[in-house]
Design a protein around this ligand. Structure first.
Ligand code: FES
Ligand code: FES
Length: 176
């Protein structure tokens, strides 16, 4: 039996404390230990971006990080975007602009774009294409995804500040 490591993380505002094997990937921790299967695993090599989550506000490839490395961190997954049945505005824009087909890549795109749009609320098409250049989609050819991002940014500029942000001050890490 390999040694285990005790970790505490906040995921979408809820605290979790677990004993994990040192070799357990963060993507597997999120999917199999926490049951948050919205984080998808495509390549497991850091290439496709499907497994992207936010770690302390920054997008990371959860297939390239051990769960033990997330100890004490604040994580956000795609499940943390919607407010109950109300989609996050970026999710709405993806739906409205037909930015998804099979949806496999979508969580990774969304979690990549949340911090991008927070930093760059008025992006050009080229900005958006650069921002998503590390995310692979096998279905849509990217045009509709770019449209969706520009639509979300346009809607956010016409609405209250922070429309595209997510809660910047989540609950502290607590054991459950
Ligand atoms: S599954 Fe992590 S980058 Fe592809
Ligand atoms: S929507 Fe199918 S892989 Fe992107």
């Amino acid at each position: 039996m390999p040694p285990s490591v005790s970790i505490s993380v906040s995921v979408n505002g809820s605290g979790h404390q677990r004993e994990v094997e040192p070799r357990l990937l963060l993507s597997d921790f999120i999917r199999h230990e926490l049951g948050l299967t919205g984080t998808h695993v495509g390549c497991e090599h850091g290439v496709c971006g499907a497994c992207t989550v936010l770690m302390d506000g920054l997008p990371v490839r959860s297939c390239l990080i051990f769960a033990a490395q997330a100890d004490g961190c604040e994580l956000r997954t795609v499940e943390g975007l919607a407010d109950g049945d109300t989609l996050h505005p970026l999710q709405e824009a993806f739906r409205d602009a037909h930015g998804l087909q099979c949806g496999f890549c979508t969580p990774g795109f969304l979690m990549t774009l949340i911090p991008f749009l927070a930093e760059n609320p008025d992006p050009t098409e080229d900005d958006v294409r650069l921002a998503i250049s590390g995310n692979l989609c096998r279905c849509t050819g990217y045009a509709k995804i770019v449209d969706a991002v520009l639509l979300a940014a346009e809607r956010a500029r016409g609405a209250s500040a922070g429309l595209l942000s997510i809660d910047p001050d989540p609950q502290p890490v607590e054991a459950v």
